[in-house]
Ligand binder design. Structure first.
Ligand SMILES: [Fe+2]
Length: 267
């Protein structure tokens, strides 16, 4: 079984971020020789949720699967996509009756079966959901023998919870990447059991912004606590993510590379 390169792309934020991802996703995939591209899409629709059209556009642009998070169920028009498309996920530890699913199987080189999971953290998140570690364990146990490699987008706020999650699955998941904070961390590493880990991928959106939103409305809210609509920022974008290289036979990660493409690119 071969080497597998998985490109995980950080949260697509707003109209400019979506347009940038659509324009450059295939270029980035090719540049880093990625076999599979996993995109977090939960902020694609004006920074809040995903629409059916957003999902289609990202899949058409080269994403092999979409993951979500706390905004996954913001738009009712997206529910049919969650129900009908196996490769569009919401967190697996959402209530049992929530639309959609939190895992799918993708196929890499030589038919390697890649179990993609999407889970959400509990710390500082906006509503109560199931324990992400035990919920993920249940999925892995249930699907034992049906996949060769398993990876997870862990959508969470707290760096500490992300470290807990990754270490809980060291050796069982080949890669764990965090999403949600929109700021790329520099803590990429391979845990002793072979799990590649990065606390947060960062985002795909306007570089000069407050985690993707226009500054003015956010600053006004911060000063007054009067709720105002947060607009998407406009301007030059960057795509942030990470490339996980995995020995598919051993199920071990052999390399984690942070990626920044576009404005403030370091490539
Ligand atoms: Fe989020």
């Amino acid at each position: 079984m071969s080497t597998l390169n998985i490109l995980a792309v950080g949260d697509i934020y707003g109209a400019d971020g979506l347009a940038f991802a659509k324009e450059h996703l295939r270029t980035v995939k090719s540049r880093f020789s990625a076999d599979l591209v996993i995109v977090n899409a939960e902020n694609a629709s004006r920074g809040n949720g995903t629409s059916a059209a957003d999902a289609k556009e990202l899949l058409d642009a080269g994403a092999d699967a979409l993951t979500g998070g706390n905004h996954s169920l913001r738009h009712t028009g997206f529910f049919t996509v969650l129900e009908d498309c196996d490769n569009v996920l919401r967190p697996l530890n959402f209530p049992e009756l929530a639309p959609g699913r939190g895992h799918c199987i993708l196929y890499g080189p030589e038919g390697v079966r890649v179990l993609l999971l999407n889970a959400q953290g509990q710390v500082f998140m906006d509503y109560s959901i199931d324990n992400p570690v035990t919920a993920t364990e249940r999925v892995l146990d249930k699907l034992k023998g049906e996949y060769d490699v398993a990876v997870c987008d862990f959508h969470a706020e707290a760096t500490s919870e992300k470290a807990v999650f990754a270490n809980a699955f060291d050796g069982r998941l080949s890669a764990v990447w965090g999403t949600h904070t929109h700021v790329q961390t520099a803590d990429e590493r391979i845990l002793p059991g072979g799990t590649g880990f990065l606390s947060d991928l960062g985002m795909t959106g306007v570089a000069d912004s407050i985690i993707g939103g226009a500054k003015e409305g956010i600053l006004a809210y911060y000063r007054t606590h009067v709720r105002t609509k947060i607009e998407d920022a406009k301007g030059e974008c960057a795509l942030h993510g990470a490339l996980f290289t995995i020995d598919a036979s051993a199920g071990r990660c052999t390399g984690v590379k942070r990626i920044q493409f576009g404005k403030e690119s370091i490539q």
